[in-house]
Design a protein. Structure first.
Length: 117
């Protein structure tokens, strides 16, 4: 039963972090950034936020540095929007899943073009 609440809270946190990221003025947090997923601990004390970028893992790592420096602001904004009893501590992690997805799509397209020839 508790899994439903953590899933709901993690999705709400993901949505609010995306909204706050649009407002941030840090030059490190630019480009096509995506919040891939948010893993929240069972007691809702900690949340691990996975960030990916279309430009590659290096851009995602740079964005993670910017987001880490703005963690207090992001946490406060998320807490105010969601009205949680305790806002989880946020930890940002660089992820390259979007880049891998684009690479797989390109490989599938090349295979499709070879089959047509």
């Amino acid at each position: 039963m508790a899994g439903y609440k953590t899933d709901r809270v993690s999705e709400d946190i993901r949505r609010e972090i995306v909204a706050v990221m649009r407002e941030l003025k840090d030059p490190r947090i630019q480009g096509m950034l995506t919040v891939v997923r948010v893993d929240v601990s069972g007691d809702l004390s900690y949340a691990k936020v996975y960030i990916s970028a279309m430009e590659g893992i290096e851009t995602a790592k740079l964005a993670v540095k910017g987001l880490t420096s703005a963690t207090g602001y992001i946490r406060r904004e998320v807490g105010q929007k969601l009205h949680l009893r305790k806002t989880p501590e946020l930890k940002f992690v660089a992820d390259n899943s979007v880049e891998q997805g684009v690479e797989i799509f390109r490989k599938l397209e090349s295979v499709e073009h070879k089959e047509e020839d």
